[in-house]
Design a protein around this ligand. Structure first.
Ligand code: UFG
Length: 322
C-alpha cells in the first residue's frame, strides 16, 4: 500500500507525512515546491512534478504502486486568489482534474481531498454543519467547491470513492519542533502574532467592528496534528463506505483575534503592540464548525484541542526556526 501525498512539502501535507511515518505506512510525496519546502522531503520518497501537466503526472507516477491519493497540493492565500484568478484556477481546479483523471486511469479508488470552510461563505447558522448552503465569496473557496463537485460527479459515474475534508483554521505545529507553519508571505493570525512578539513589531488586527463580543473575528482553530490524523481515518472509512463524503474538521470552539493575542501574550510573557487596522475584505464575523459527523463517523479524536496547546506548539516551532 503506497499513499500518494500531493503537497506533502506544505504545511498540512508535511504533518500528514509525519503521521504516516509514525504509523509506518508507505507513501510517496508529489510536490512542485512552489509553496512547499524542499527541506521537508529530505530522506523521503518524493517526486517533483507539476499537477497542471497531465504528462508529468503519468510519466512520474505510473510505475509507482499507488493505492490511494491524499490531495493537499494547491494555492491557499485567499487574498491572492482574488488577484490571480487564472493562476488559482489552474493550480487548484485544473491540477485536481488531472489528478482525478490519473486516479481513474490507474484504478486508484480512494481519494481524499483538502477542502475548506471557505466553501460556506458567510454562514447563516453557527455552528456550521456539512449540509449548510455553500456560497463561497472568494475564488479560493469557489475553486474548492468546484473540485468537490467534480469529485462528486466522478464518484457517481466511475469507481472512485472520495472524502472531502473541509478544514476550519489549521494552526499549531508538530511536537518535534521541526515542522510548522511557514508561508511566504505569512498572512495567518497565529504565526503573525508570534512574529510580532518575537520581533517586538506592531501587530495589526484586521478590524474590531465585527458582530462579536470584542468586535474582532471569531475562528475555530484546529491543531494541524489533529487535522493530519483525520486523513488516515478517512482512508480507513472508505474501506467500508463507498461513494462521496464530506466532513468538517474543526474543534467546535471559537476564539476571537483578541483572545488569540491575549493567550500569546500570556504564553510568551510579553506585551504585543497592537494596532487596529482596516477590515479585511470577505472576513465573516464568526466561523465555527459542527464536527459531530467527523467525530462519530470517522471516529476522529481531537487530542490537542485547547487554544493554549495549539499556540504553545506554534511558539516552540517559531523559536526553533529562528
Ligand atoms: N488576522 C488579523 N491580522 C493578521 C492576520 C489575521 O487580524 O495579521 C485576522 C483575520 O482577519 C481573521 C483571523 O485573524 O479575522 C484569522 O485569519 P487567518 O488569516 O489566520 O485565517 P482565515 O480565517 O482568514 O483563513 C482560514 C484559512 C483559509 C480558509 C479560511 C476559511 O487560512 O485557507 O480559513 O474561511 F480559506
Amino acid at each position: 500500500m503506497t499513499i500518494l501525498v500531493t503537497g506533502g512539502a506544505g504545511y498540512i501535507g508535511s504533518h500528514f507525512v509525519r503521521h504516516l511515518e509514525r504509523k509506518k505506512i508507505d507513501f510517496v510525496i508529489a510536490d512542485n515546491f512552489s509553496t512547499g519546502h524542499k527541506k521537508l522531503v529530505k530522506n523521503k520518497k518524493f517526486v517533483e512534478l507539476d499537477l497542471r501537466d497531465p504528462k508529468e503526472i503519468s510519466v512520474n507516477l505510473q510505475d509507482l504502486d499507488i493505492t490511494s491519493i491524499v490531495h493537499f497540493a494547491g494555492l491557499s492565500i485567499v487574498s491572492d486568489s482574488q488577484k490571480m484568478k487564472k493562476e488559482y484556477y489552474e493550480n487548484n481546479v485544473l491540477a485536481s482534474m488531472n489528478l482525478a483523471k490519473f486516479a481513474l486511469e490507474k484504478k486508484i479508488r480512494k481519494f481524499i481531498y483538502s477542502s475548506s470552510a471557505a466553501v460556506y461563505g458567510i454562514p447563516e447558522d453557527i455552528p456550521i454543519k456539512e449540509n449548510h448552503p455553500t456560497r463561497p465569496i472568494n475564488n479560493y473557496g469557489k475553486n474548492k467547491l468546484e473540485v468537490e463537485n467534480l469529485l462528486k460527479d466522478l464518484s457517481m459515474e466511475f469507481p472512485l470513492d472520495v472524502v472531502c475534508l473541509r478544514y476550519f483554521n489549521a494552526a499549531g505545529a508538530d511536537d518535534n519542533g521541526d515542522l510548522g507553519e511557514e508561508h511566504n508571505p505569512e498572512t495567518h493570525l497565529i504565526p503573525n502574532v508570534i512574529n510580532s512578539a518575537l520581533n517586538s513589531s506592531e501587530f495589526t488586527v484586521n478590524g474590531d467592528t465585527y458582530k462579536t463580543n470584542d468586535g474582532t473575528c471569531i475562528r475555530d482553530y484546529v491543531h494541524v496534528n489533529d487535522l493530519a490524523s483525520a486523513h488516515l481515518l478517512s482512508l480507513n472509512f472508505l474501506d467500508f463506505n463507498k461513494g462521496f463524503h464530506i466532513f468538517n474538521l474543526g474543534s467546535e470552539k471559537g476564539f476571537s483575534v483578541m483572545e488569540v493575542i491575549n493567550e500569546c501574550q500570556k504564553l510568551m510573557k510579553t506585551e504585543i503592540k497592537v494596532r487596529i487596522g482596516e477590515k479585511r475584505e470577505g472576513d465573516p464575523d464568526i466561523l465555527i464548525a459542527d464536527n459531530t459527523k467527523s467525530v462519530s463517523k470517522l471516529n476522529w479524536k481531537l487530542e490537542k484541542n485547547t487554544l493554549r496547546t495549539i499556540i504553545s506548539s506554534a511558539i516552540d516551532y517559531h523559536k526553533n526556526a529562528l
